[in-house]
Design a binder for this molecule. Structure first.
Ligand code: NZQ
Ligand code: ZN
Length: 389
């Protein structure tokens, strides 16, 4: 096991009606005027946005709003939010939505106290040391941004989708999590969320680090809970307990607990971010195509951990590692298929991709070579993309 430092300062306020506490939680962060960031329409339509604004008002907190954040969020809305915060004297940011809204809120929060271009942090030209406090009202279990220190933004110039990972600067101070808010999710978003949270665990699980039994077992347990609960939410969208379990799994998948003491990989996320930047696909749906392809390629040279994953998570009994790894990947694909997720680039709506170009984009953003469980040089990366057809 490797040395590690683990911080998860977020207060999770979980359960029915939890959004009524937003105002008190924002007041506890010391805020007097907050920017409320939200997505296209779901939060307004359901009445959630109104309830959050009421709760803030009742706590004596003034508000300004930035609405209409779209999936795979872009830098233009971040600049707009930073300008608005400065003009309005904002001292905190509240995200009402999913990963796209939360990541935009985080980027604004990091950009306001910084004199330069906020993108400097994403481009690796500056290190973020401070940010306005961020609070979250989560509406979709998927990206795990409610508990992570990350923010993923696409720069429109060059369509670069980059994940900034901070240790603590961007971790939300609180995350309000009411599973009932997820009853309205369309099935394809529920399923994509499941694929995303599984990928967050697996990016950490497939590691070259030995001797990480406890973190392996935590990861395997959360994966098994997802595999048990996901079919329930797909057939009964208003099953409170199943929704609650999936919601908490999404947080545990990405708040760092599944990565303690080990090197993490994250190549699959980089491979997917190229696809969602270029083709606008839903991140989790993209991962349902990417992850099994990466796993297939990885297991050709390193089948051992893939076999362990198959035996412990899917109950595969095959004694030979290579055959067990093959069965594990088939089981993963079959699970994704049962949720209605795409399994190929074609099913994702990507016809005749330029493999050389997307490979070059991946290495432009991630460097060469990239990956911890296996190391991807450009020829490996292209081979993984070609396994997705
Ligand atoms: O915009 P609205 O109308 O709200 O619709 C949204 C959106 O169309 C809808 N939705 C959300 N909650 C709903 C709902 N519809 C009905 N009822 C509800 N309760 O769902 C759609 C997707 O929303 P989005 O915020 O894009 O989803 P998600 O949470 O999957 O976030 C994806 C983004 O997060 C990034 C991804 O790359 C992508 O840009 N990620 C962020 C991470 C992080 N910050 O730690 C890690 C992840 O790996 C990921 O990369
Ligand atoms: Zn993800």
């Amino acid at each position: 096991m490797e040395n590690f430092s683990y911080i998860t300062p977020t207060r999770y306020v979980f359960g029915r009606g939890a959004e009524a506490q937003t105002g008190a939680l924002a007041a506890a962060m010391g805020c007097r005027k907050v920017l409320v960031v939200s997505g296209g329409s779901s939060a307004r339509r359901s009445g959630l946005l109104g309830r959050v604004l009421d709760s803030l008002r009742e706590a004596g907190i003034a508000t300004a709003e930035l609405t209409g954040i779209r999936p795979n969020p872009t830098d233009d809305r971040v600049y707009e939010g930073i300008d608005l915060c400065r003009k309005e004297g904002i001292d905190g940011v509240i995200a009402v939505g999913g990963g796209s809204v939360i990541d935009t809120a985080k980027a604004i929060a990091g950009g306001v106290p910084y004199d330069g271009d906020f993108w400097d942090f994403w481009a690796g030209k500056a290190v973020m040391e401070k940010a306005l406090p961020v609070g979250v009202v989560l509406t979709i279990p998927a990206a795990g941004s409610e508990g992570s220190g990350n923010s993923v933004i696409t720069k429109l110039d060059g369509m670069r989708k980059i994940s900034l990972r901070t240790d603590s600067a961007l971790r939300p101070r609180f995350a309000v999590m009411n599973p009932e808010l997820t009853f309205t999710l369309p099935p394809e978003q529920t399923a994509a969320g499941v694929a995303d949270m599984m990928a967050h665990i697996m990016e950490r699980y497939f590691t070259p680090t030995e001797g990480v039994e406890v973190t392996d077992r935590v990861a395997e347990g959360v994966l098994q809970a997802i595999i048990t609960e996901a079919p329930k939410v797909m057939t009964r969208p208003d099953d409170y307990d199943a929704r609650a379990n999936i919601m908490w799994c999404g947080t545990l998948a990405h708040n760092g607990i599944c990565g303690c003491g080990r090197r993490e990989d994250w190549a699959s996320h980089g491979l997917e971010h190229v696809l969602s930047a270029l083709y606008g696909v839903t991140h989790g749906a993209g991962l349902a195509v990417v992850f099994p392809a990466w796993l297939t390629y990885a297991s050709r040279t390193k089948p051992g951990k893939v076999a362990q994953f198959g035996r412990r998570v899917f109950g595969i009994t095959e004694p030979d590692d290579s055959k067990a790894a093959e069965a594990a990947i088939a089981a993963l694909r079959s699970f994704y298929g049962s949720l209605g997720l795409p399994l190929t680039l074609g099913e994702l709506g990507i016809e005749n991709p330029d493999f050389e170009a997307i490979t070059a984009m991946f290495h432009r953003d991630k460097g060469t070579p990239f990956g911890a469980y296996i190391s991807l040089a450009p020829e490996d990366t292209e081979a993984v993309y070609r396994l997705m057809v």
